[in-house]
Design a protein around this ligand. Sequence first.
Ligand code: ARG
Length: 572
Amino acid sequence: MDLEILLADRLAWAFSAVAGGPVDPVVRRSQHADFQSDAALSLARRLGRPPRDIATEVVGRAALADLCSSVEVSGPGFINLTVADPPLGSLLSNMAADARLGVPPSANPETVVIDYSAPNVAKEMHVGHLRSTVIGDAAVRLLEWLGHRVIKANHLGDWGTPFGMLIEHLLDLGESEAAHELSVGDLDSFYRAARVKFDADDTFKERARRRVVALQGGDELTLRLWRLLVGESEKYFLTVYDQLGVLLTENDFYGESYYNAMLTPVTDELDRLGLLSDSGDAACVFPEGFTGRDGQPLPIIVRKRDGGYGYGATDLAAIRHRTRDLGATRLLYVVGLPQRQHFEMVYAVAREAGWLSPPTRAEHVGFGSILGSDGKMLRSRAGGSIKLVGLLDEAVTRATELARQKNPDVSDAAVAEVARAVGIGAIKYADLSTDRIKDYVFDWQRMLALDGNTAPYLQYAHARIRSIFRRAGIEQFTATPITVGHPAEHALALELLNFGTIVTGVEQSLEFHRLAGYLHTLAATFSGFFEHCPVLRAEDDVRESRLALCDLTARVLRHGLYLLGIDTPDRM
Ligand code: ARG
C-alpha cells in the first residue's frame, strides 16, 4: 500500500469524525516535515471553527502512532507528519519483495484505444509524428502495465484525393522504380514530384482526378497500385518504429481506409438522427457550441458533393467503431494541439449521436511543437522540414562519440548498444520530460548531458547502481529485509514509496513529465544516500539492507524508464 494513501486514509477517518461527513485530507509532501495536510483550513469556514482547533482535534483522534514519529499542528492549522523509520523499513521490504514494485493493477481495468503516430502514406514522418509516437508509446506501456486492455490504433493517412496524383506518378515512374524510391524512404521527393506535375500539367491533373474516382469505385488495378504505395510506406514506417524502439507493429495499422465500409452506414445514421444538413457543397454536421470567428456554426464535412468522404467523416466512423464494436470506454487521441478543435467537434457529434456517453470518454492528449534554437519550428539547415530518421541517426552518432570518449577500451558492439539506448533515450526523454502541451526547444547538448534532468543521467545512475553489485560479485540479488536508520535512508525511502502515487496519477493525467521528474528526483536522492551511507563497507545487516535499497532503487529507475520507452544498459 502506498505511504501517502495510508496516511490519507488514517487522517480521512479522523477528519470525518470531526466534520461529521467525508473529508479529503489533502495529504502531500512537505518542506517542513515528510507530509502535510491542509484540510483543516478549508474546513474552518464550513464548521465555523478556527482551523487550528480543528487540526488539533484531528491530531488527537487520528490513529497514527504506528506510522509517525511526530504529528504536529503548525501555523494557521497545517498538520505536519513525520514518518517513523520502522514502518518505512517494512513498507520498503514489502515493495522489494513484490515484482510489481508495490503498484497493483487497476481495480477498474478498461478497454482503451490509443490513436497515435499516424503518419501519412508517401509522406515523410515529421517531428510532430515523433512526439505522437513517443507519447503514445509511453501511454501504451503504462496503461498495459496497470492491467488495461490497450488497442493501439495507428490512424495512418492512407486514403483521400492525393492518392489520385500519387498513383498516376507511380505509373509514370514504373512500379519497380517507384517501389525503390519509397522503400529507401525518399517519400518527400516522391510526393513533391507528384505535386509538381499535378500543379503544372492539366492532363496529369485530369488523370489524377479520374484515378481518384476509380479508387473510390473499387477498380481492381487502381486498388492494387494503391496497396503497393501503402505497403511500401508501411514497411518504411516499421523501420522507423524499430529504430525508435516503440511497440507499434504491422498489426496496429488501422489507417483511414479501414473505416471506408463504415462511412455510408455512419452517414445514414447521422441522417436518421436528424444531425446531417445539406450545406450546398456537402453534407455536414454542425455540433452544438462551435462557431467560427464570424459567429457562423462550424461544420464537420461528412460527404462532399462528389460523393467522397473526408478526414472528419473517417474520424466519426472511427469513434463509433471504437466505442460500439471494440467496447472501449476510454479513447485517447495523441495528436498535436492544432487539431484540438477538430477532435472536440468529433466528440460533440459522437455525444449527440449517442456513440459516446459516460462512463465512456474521449480525451485529446495534445502536445506542442518542437522548436529549433531560434525559437521557431524545428527546420533543417536548408529550411525544409526535418526528417525524423535523420534526427534519430544523429542522436545515435552523437551518443556513440560520447560513449567512445568515456570507455575507450570497450568493444564496438558494446559501444553500439549503449549508444543506441542513450541516443534514442535522450530524444524520447527530452520529449517526455517537458509538459506535453508546451513547445520545447530541441537541444542536443542539453538532452545528451550526463547531469540534469536527462535520459543519460538516469541511465548512468542506474548503471552505477548495477556496478555496485558487480564489484560485490553479486549476480542475482535476493531481496532482504530493509531497515531505515540514517536520514539519507529516510529520504530515499520516502521517494521510493512515492512511485505508485506517481504512476496512478499519470494513468489519469498522461502527464509523463511527472514520472520523468519523479525519476530524476529519485536518482538525485539516491546520490545523497550513496554519498552519506557506505554500502559495501557497512557491516552485516546494514550492508544487506543498504544493498536492498540500492537494488530497489535500480529496479524503480529501470521500470520507470521502461514505462517511458527508454532502455537501461547495465554498464555505461
Ligand atoms: N495523419 C494525421 C496527420 O498527420 C493524424 C491523424 C490523427 N488521428 C486521427 N484519428 N485523426 O496529421
